[in-house]
Design a protein around this ligand. Sequence first.
Ligand code: GN1
Ligand code: MG
Length: 548
Amino acid sequence: MDEWIENIVELESNIESYPNPGIKVFQYGTSGIRYNSEHLDHVLHRMGLLVALRSIHLKSAAVGLMITASHNPQDDNGIKLIDPLGEMLDSSWEVYATKLANAPNNQDVCAMLINIAYENNIDKKYIPRVYIGRDTRNSGKRLLDAVLCGVNAFNSNVEDFGIITTPMLHFFVRCYNTNGLYGQPSEHSYYTKLTNSFKTLRKMANLKNYSPVIEFDGANGVGALKMKDAIIHLEETLVINMHNDDIMNTEKLNYKCGADFVKSNQCPPTGMTIKPHSKYVSVDGDADRIVYSFVDENNKFYLLDGDRIATLVAGYIKDLFIASGLDVNVGLVQTAYSNGNSTKYVTDKLKVPVACVPTGVKYLHHKANDYDVGIYFEANGHGTILFKDAIRELIRNQCSIEVDEAKSLALKKLICIMDMTNETVGDAYSDMLIVESVLCERGWSISDWYKTYSDLPNRLKQVTVKDRNTFETGDAERICLKPLGLQEKIDSIVLKYSMGRSFVRPSGTEDVVRIYAEADTQINADKLAVEVATAVYDIADGVGKKPE
Ligand SMILES: CC(=O)N[C@H]1[C@@H](OP(=O)(O)O)O[C@H](CO)[C@@H](O)[C@@H]1O
Ligand SMILES: [Mg+2]
């Protein structure tokens, strides 16, 4: 105990520079902490302290701190903390993050840090190693200083990677802690690993209706900046036309463009001319999400979201394993927001088992580990593929001894897919390479891909209520347990709609309750969503206008 207390005076003076103005109660939610950047200095400083302590606890393993507010508006910022294998912060430490962010004064921060050290039996002798990255937001630099002040209070080894995407930082953290087996913690190694395997696979592919031309919507953020570097490595295997790549004018970040805008509004991004049958790729403000879209000759809009990517990838990987002769357990993880028809297609047609988990990438990632090869995607376009170490080894070993040509080719393709996947977290660049590989292999245009199954019409709505914490859900958020009586009401409403499904849950990132509805027609999906939203509004003291 004493060894930690010794440093308290030093720590207290470090903390003094970043007092908590007490205007907001923070929560380490679905994906870290986000808020208006003006009020985040003390939070970022404390997260710097926490992440350093986490590294000491993990015996000097590198841990990551990303300064970003992802798809949120430019005025916001936030943090995401990264554990040693590039995965999200362990949930027991999320609790510490929340408590520290809200500690009213310096003494409390010190006391909490000391408590964390004792609770976890942390040995002070280890020197922390912290990897830091940030997105293009103006506030990033100022908040970085706050983080550095916290991190340096523990005399950490710090590596500041500057402006990078969130998935790059996850990748770097994993590279360091796996002694280079996964690659090196550098942008060059990242591009080379992912892109070289893409180029190798491309040489084995079938073109037919496939077009390598991509209209790239960079959300005016770091995704655009990094795609310009990636283009050099791609060496014309893809023709990428850049749009929404104005990172200097930060007002434009995520504004009416990018993956979240396209998915939420079900319309093309603004800021670019939309041509029929061209292939549009939109990423979000920290480039960990991706969606595809196109319009037809009548300007009708078609979205290929995370569900579509998941089905495309699952079908392809399943086929490769069949062709390779290896008996491997491939599974898909979705959330309740996944379109009912995507689940049906994967289960019935592709014969791939599907698991449903609560919203939040950490839950999907965790569940995907249950399979030999686990594919996970949120409908909004965040996802990746996880290969068990034993399977990875099996594929490589088998490939080195396989004499059958067809089997050998399938194994080589599997190796390329493994190497172009950033397994640590959803990664728009890696996911784009995988999608382009599969489309090229299948010889599909974007509309061929769209034709694999049709989505059930759906609608997402949100209602602000007096206290969203009064909501409790069960069965992977598909049932609402509290407020009492609401689920019965939803059941009776859903019964009236053909192919109806609806559920409600409190958001983990915003102060709202979300309502999802799907049904046989768009009109019915819209009506169902309004009816359920009204039920929520009535039973839980809705704030503001009644849903319509
Ligand atoms: C319906 C929806 O898209 N929810 C999003 C959103 O979470 P909420 O808890 O619904 O606010 O933000 C999360 C973090 O980006 C993302 O993981 C999740 O999918
Ligand atoms: Mg994001």
